[in-house]
Write a protein that binds this ligand. Structure first.
Ligand code: PMP
Length: 351
C-alpha cells in the first residue's frame, strides 16, 4: 500500500498552446482578435486597483452581476458568475450531476466534458453526432442524470435549432440540462428566453470569445432562482472568492459598451463568411459554422501535415488527435489580415 493508491488520478484537459514567441498568428484557441471594449482600457488607466487588492473581493461579484442583469434583462438572483465558463461548468457538474444515471453529451464536443465527468466520478454516455456533425436529438431523450450540450457545438461550429434544444429541455424534466453558449454571439440563437419556462435549464456564456476577455476569465450562467441558489451553495462550499476585484470591475465596464460588442462580433462574422469562400476554393470541406472558428478537412492533404506546416510558418491552429476528427483542423477566425496571411500560405503549400 502506498500513498499513491489514494491519489485521485485524472487525465487533464489539454488546452491549446499559448506560444511565448512574438509574431505568431494565433488561430488555435478561439480568442478574439480585437481588443476588449475601450471602457476596459479606460478603467484600467483611471482606477487605483493596487489599493483594492488589500481587501478580499466581493464574493457575490455584485457589480458584475448587476451589469449582466442590465445587459441581458435578467433578475440578479437568476445569474451566476465564475472564473471563466470552465469554472461555471465545473461547479455545475458538482451541483447538478449527482445521479447514478449517466450524463449525456455528444461524442464530438468540448473535450473538457469527459474530463470533469471522470474527475467528479460522474457516469456519462456520449451520443454520436451524425456524419454531418448534427446532433441526434432523440439520443438525448433517453434516461439520464443530466445533459450538457454546446450550441453552437465545438469544435464543429454547428448550430442546433432552438426548437430542438427546447425539445431536449422539455423532455428531461427530471434532470438539469446545461446549454453551453460559449460561441452564441457569432450568429447563434440563445436559449436564454427558455429560462423563464423551464426550471431545469442552465444557460452558460463567457467573456472569453465575443467580449475579447479570455485573459480575465469571466463566465456566467442564467437559470431559475432555485438552480442558481444550488449553484451558489456549491461555489461557497468550495471557495468564496473565486473572482478577483479587478476582473469584476473590468467585466462590468466591458458590458456597458453594446455598440462595440456588436461591431466586433459582426466583423468576425464577416471575416468568417469570407474565409469560408477561401477554404472552399482551396479544396477544404466543413460543416457550416456559426461560431468564431471553422472546422475544416482537406480533400487530399492530411490535417496533421497541414497543422505542422502552418506551425513552422508561425501560424497556430488546433489539431485534435481523436477518433472521427483526426483529419480536421479547427481554425479560429482572426482579423481579415491574419486570415489573408493564412490563405496566402495555404495556397502555396497546397499548390
Ligand atoms: N465551452 C466551450 C464549448 C468552449 O469551447 C470553451 C473554450 N475553451 C469553454 C466553454 C470555456 O471557456 P472559458 O472558460 O474561457 O469561458
Amino acid at each position: 500500500m502506498s500513498w499513491e493508491e489514494n491519489v485521485r488520478k485524472v487525465i487533464p484537459y489539454t488546452p491549446g498552446e499559448q506560444p511565448k514567441e512574438q509574431n505568431i498568428i494565433k488561430l488555435n484557441t478561439n480568442e478574439n482578435p480585437y481588443e476588449p471594449a475601450p471602457g476596459v482600457r479606460k478603467m484600467l488607466a483611471e482606477t487605483d486597483f493596487a489599493d483594492r487588492l488589500r481587501k478580499y473581493p466581493d464574493p457575490a461579484a455584485t457589480n458584475l452581476v448587476k451589469a449582466i442583469s442590465k445587459a441581458y434583462n435578467m433578475p440578479e438572483d437568476q445569474i451566476f458568475v465564475g472564473v471563466g465558463s470552465d469554472d461555471v461548468l465545473a461547479m455545475s457538474y458538482l451541483a447538478f450531476f449527482n445521479s447514478e444515471k449517466p450524463v449525456l453529451f455528444p461524442d464530438i464536443t468540448y473535450s473538457f466534458y469527459d474530463v470533469w465527468a471522470e474527475e467528479f466520478r460522474v457516469p456519462y454516455k456520449t451520443i454520436p453526432l451524425d456524419e454531418n456533425f448534427e446532433l441526434d436529438i432523440d439520443g438525448f431523450l433517453q434516461e439520464n442524470g443530466g445533459v450538457i450540450i454546446p450550441n453552437p457545438n465545438a469544435p464543429t461550429g454547428v448550430l442546433e435549432t432552438i426548437e430542438n434544444m427546447e425539445k431536449i429541455v422539455k423532455n428531461n424534466p427530471d434532470s438539469v440540462v446545461i446549454i453551453d453558449e460559449a460561441y452564441v454571439d457569432f450568429g447563434g440563437v440563445s436559449a436564454l428566453p427558455l429560462v423563464e419556462k423551464y426550471e431545469n435549464l442552465l444557460v452558460v456564456q463567457t467573456f472569453s470569445k465575443s467580449r475579447s476577455m479570455a485573459g480575465s476569465r469571466i463566465g456566467f450562467a442564467f437559470g431559475s432562482k432555485k438552480l442558481i441558489k444550488y449553484l451558489m451553495d456549491v461555489k461557497y462550499s468550495f471557495n468564496s472568492y473565486t473572482m478577483d476585484q479587478i476582473t469584476i470591475e473590468l467585466g462590468a465596464a466591458a458590458l456597458a459598451d453594446k455598440a462595440y460588442f456588436e461591431e466586433t462580433c459582426s466583423k468576425i462574422v464577416e471575416t468568417r463568411e469570407w474565409s469560408k469562400e477561401q477554404f472552399i476554393k482551396l479544396g477544404f470541406k466543413f460543416a457550416d459554422s456559426k461560431s468564431n472558428f471553422v472546422f475544416v478537412t482537406h480533400e487530399t492533404k492530411a490535417a496533421k501535415d497541414i497543422f505542422e506546416a502552418l506551425k513552422k510558418q508561425g501560424i497556430f491552429v488546433r489539431y485534435f488527435n481523436r477518433p472521427r476528427i483526426d483529419n480536421y483542423l479547427r481554425i479560429t477566425i482572426g482579423t481579415r489580415q491574419e486570415m489573408e496571411a493564412l490563405f496566402a500560405f495555404l495556397k502555396e503549400y497546397l499548390g
